[in-house]
Design a protein around this ligand. Structure first.
Ligand code: ZN
Length: 85
């Protein structure tokens, strides 16, 4: 297991350690994933934020930016020993 911070709400998100984990633990233990956009940019989003993205078209960088602007960063103290800058 590892964790990464969501690019939208900034909370740390538990992710599977590898593709093997992903299939074994399925999505119960994984709370987010990297979203590869059609323009080649990548964002790591938790599932909650991903659900906020428009579902009627491929999300674009501006969709992610817009979502980030209307999402309050989550303050989290407990397990934030990862510092991603
Ligand atoms: Zn999020």
């Amino acid at each position: 297991m590892a964790s990464e911070s969501c690019d939208v709400c900034e909370r740390s998100v538990r992710i599977a350690g590898g593709i093997g984990d992903l299939w074994n633990f399925a999505f119960e233990s994984t709370q987010g994933m990297t979203l590869e956009l059609t323009d080649g940019s990548e964002f790591f989003l938790c599932f909650e934020c991903m659900e906020e993205l428009p579902g009627d078209h491929e999300p674009t960088e501006s969709d992610v930016e817009a979502l980030r602007e209307r999402t309050e960063p989550v303050e989290e103290d407990g397990n934030s020993f990862w510092h991603w800058g």
